[in-house]
Design a protein around this ligand. Structure first.
Ligand code: MG
Ligand code: MG
Length: 255
């Protein structure tokens, strides 16, 4: 079911989203060569805890996963696309890191992700991150009243394909509200003028995930959670929770 939020709910979701933005900013500040993914999870836990927020990631158990997720962030490094489990891996010079984080505050959820490099970056990684950022910008620009979900998908996919990046078919954005994952699904590629019409009060998590090798396929790692590129190329993932309003798209997950 697609839930249209009241203006009061949009204000409440902005507060939940702010906590997500703050957690991601703190994780990014803390991330450096030699820092472990588990330590980064601890940084996000502290931000959520101080804000009185809970994590929609912790204990989350979708049907594809072997067990409940054990952390408040997903930390996906290099060829990991999404859903990486923060473990004792210590970041190395030149790693490309994608951090996904959610928060629930006063019953409302926020969901966002960032990609960045640590140490000396590879130029190709900076280009991939920039393309992913532009894909998100294009998707958000299409998130306006009068458009349809397919217009967002088409905008994201267009930027990805122009840069010869791969786009996984089965994972993408989603509606969000009292639950982190609501209808509709927001694919990262698709046909314009198709799908649900966008209305004031619809809130979507828009989240391009781009694969540098140009292939769309991926594989699940032995942990059952982490998705890695099939060709071993690197991936980037950037996400914002965005409200569609009569005044244009409103990003809810800025710090
Ligand atoms: Mg997310
Ligand atoms: Mg999401």
């Amino acid at each position: 079911m697609v839930e249209i939020k009241t203006d009061a709910a949009l204000e409440a979701m902005r507060e939940a989203g702010r906590v997500v933005g703050q957690a991601l900013a703190a994780v990014r500040d803390a991330a450096d060569v030699g820092v472990s993914l588990r330590e980064l999870d601890g940084v996000a836990r502290e931000v959520l805890g101080k804000a009185g927020a809970t994590s929609p990631f912790l204990g989350y158990h979708p049907s594809f996963a072997p067990g409940p997720f054990p952390a408040v962030i997903c930390a996906s490094v290099n060829d990991a696309v999404v859903h990486g489990i923060p473990d004792d891996y210590r970041l190395r010079d030149g790693d490309l890191v994608s951090i996904d984080c959610g928060a629930v505050l006063d019953g409302w959820a926020g969901d966002a992700a960032v990609s960045f490099t640590v140490g000396t970056p590879r130029p190709a990684d900076l280009a991939l991150i920039e393309t992913t950022r532009r894909a998100l910008e294009a998707g958000m620009a299409a998130a306006v009243v009068g458009n349809r979900v397919g217009d967002i998908s088409h905008a994201i996919g267009g930027v990805a394909r122009a840069a010869r990046c791969g786009v996984p078919a089965d994972f993408g954005g989603h509606g969000i509200g009292r639950r982190m994952h609501e209808e509709p699904h927001v694919p990262n590629r698709g046909k314009p003028r198709r799908g649900l019409p966008l209305r004031h009060g619809l809130v979507l998590a828009i989240e391009p995930m781009l694969l540098a090798g140009g292939r769309d396929d991926y594989r699940a790692a032995p942990d059952g959670w982490t998705l890695r590129t099939a060709d071993g190329s690197r991936a980037a993932h950037i996400e914002h929770t965005v409200a569609i309003t009569d005044d244009g798209p409103r990003i809810l997950t800025l710090p």
